[in-house]
Design a protein around this ligand. Sequence first.
Ligand code: AMP
Length: 308
Amino acid sequence: MRTIERVHDLRDLCDRARAAGGRVGFVPTMGYFHAGHRSLMRAARADTDLVVVSLFVNPLQFAPNEDLAAYPRDRAGDAAAAEAEGVDILFAPTTDEVYPRPPVTTVRVEGLTAGLCGRSRPTHFDGVTTVVAKLFSMVGPSRAYFGRKDAQQLAVVRRMAADLDLPVEVVGCPLVREPDGLAMSSRNAYLEPDDRRAATVLSRALEAAAAEIRAGARDADHVHRVLTGLIATEPRVQIDYAEVVAADDLTPVTEITGDVLVAVAAHVGRARLIDNMTVTVHDDQVVVDLGVVAPDPSAPESPQPEVV
Ligand code: AMP
């Protein structure tokens, strides 16, 4: 694996791989790798020739009152993890390398960014789409891998790629959980032990909502009450939102039918955590996707990505 800091060097290696007929796979990240990140690297490794992982804590997607300075970083640990996953290039640029001048050109996806996380983080997705568009332009991937942990981000990036005719296939990969159900996140590092225990209420609430839907509940308000009622039993957990929305356009639904995203965000101690599940209901058939439990690193199998 090569660790690269300069855009020029990155372009050069990606150009050469493409010229030799290789497919470039790309995994954008902010580092502090866990099994969720590693599952994306494995998916990229399995179906592309040159695997590029970016490690960049993007200031543009943090509001002034957010955790940019405190965001956990472990460059050496990340390099070791990426190398172990067979990554070819770890692109770890400085902020000046990515933004030599404050950008006056940004990418904004309307509509999809208005609700859910966009409501409490109104500038966040503009920062995400701007940096992802820039990274796509630097790397030139044929496939880019994103986790369904960040379901809204995945929907927004997919729409950006479609609207701008970017020649990249956006691949959604399963949400990876800790054995006790907590969605893996770099921000889990902020949790004190009592908060860490309390935080499992988010996945337990999603499980409870899933059980209601499996038992026949179709009223979104009812499912919402089950979700919020359970989360409210944990005084350490403050709900930011809990919503039942259409999986494609992220607008609220009243009835659970077709493809639905059930998404939550909450403050737990210093951390703001998100979690979600997708539910597909057709006639009497219900399929709930809560993701996967982190694979044992010694196990050969990895979660299979969904190709979109
Ligand atoms: P981040 O470093 O948090 O910006 O995340 C980089 C990528 O990893 C994004 O596509 C995330 O959706 C993905 N990711 C983060 N946590 C998980 C998780 N628990 N399961 C699957 N993907 C994840």
